[in-house]
Design a protein around this ligand. Sequence first.
Ligand code: PLP
Length: 456
Amino acid sequence: MTNQTRFLLNESDLPKFWYNINADNPVPPTPVLHPGTMEPVTPDFLSVLFPMDLILQEISTERFIEIPEEVREIYRLYRPTPLLRARRLEKALDTTAHIYYKYEGVSPAGSHKPNTAIAQAFYNKKAGTKAMTTETGAGQWGSALAFACHFFELDLEVYMVKVSYHQKPYRRNLMETYGSRVYASPTDKTNYGRSVLEADPNSPGSLGIAISEAVEAAATSNGAKKYGLGSVLNHVLLHQTVIGEEALKQMDMAGEFPDVVIGCVGGGSNFAGIAYPFLRENLKNGKRARLLAVEPTAAPSLTKGVYTFDYGDTAKMAPIVKMHTLGHDFIPPGIHAGGLRYHGMAPSICGLYDAGYIEAVAVKQMATFDAAIQFAHTEGIVPAPESAHAIRAAIDEALDAKAKGEKRVILFNLSGHGNFDMGAYEAYLSGKLEDFEYPAEAVQAAMQKLPQVPVA
Ligand SMILES: Cc1ncc(COP(=O)(O)O)c(C=O)c1O
């Protein structure tokens, strides 16, 4: 073995197919229900929000779905992304483990989110959509869709969670630079936003509220606008598998196969993106990679949430799905990992977690920033606070391997850079950050408001 640090694919190695877990998932899917009737949703209901190609991908059981050439052409601006061996981090930890990371922060918007944003904008353009709406928490998803919509000449309005709108003005400016309009949610532009403001004029907003506003704006536009979601749904996870498909080839170049594959989870898309192609290797080819999802203790949907049917948004307009949930009216503490503050989780991840195919751990904010700083000091990249959760878990795995004297091969997804997150780093460096554990009692209380679903 040489001292190779970067494992790079050629443009010609860019995957031609996304991998659909629905083809191999040993856990049968649970029905997606209409929020009003509580009956399984029909394509008609979904077609108010999404173009038909994306609806068909949502329910497809085809194993490999071809990536359109128009999408691959834009992927080529930043894909294939590099895989790096974190040699300096390994040395600092004095560990027997080998640590690899797949770096998605090289995309123009700075995270993995363009992998689906480009695809969603493409399918909308193809269906004749002129304008889209969306929400954004930390601003990464909004920036990604703003970039993609610009490339396909689609208008975009973004409902940005108010606390992030103020914490991260430069993310807002980036979206505006790409030509999108950005509103601090709750806004006075939708019925739902107005009702939230009436009850609490100082509401900091939440991802659930912003989703409700973006969905309402599309649903009441008489077909003029469609809605784009940055995580949770099957088609979003599908588009992200381009990450894992590349990583499989790159680990091969490195001559290793991971013992553990790690990703942070908000709605689950970057984790699924890297993990599902490795899960396929486990299921079909006898491999045994552990798959580890990492969440904040402040929004611990997998580790503390209840696995049941809940609404996808606060206003109960989005479909009801079976997932690990903290309750649809969850207002998270103002932690600095805005992208991990969703109340639920992608249903396929929840089913696989429940059945023991994947593992989950919750990490604290301070320990997460400690890991981010150590990573910046050793590898040079300042990670997004979301991605730093994966780094924390990777370091903990490496230290555990060291304690046990094991050689462990660790692969994690570095889902984005933190160059727009200096407010969070400033707070950490000046001692203003603290840990927060979401109380189990609050989860129990929220369960009183679950939809009464006949199939549950
Ligand atoms: C950099 C980064 N990583 C991870 C996430 C979490 O989303 P997901 O679980 O869909 O990957 C976000 C969401 O905004 C993000 O910005």
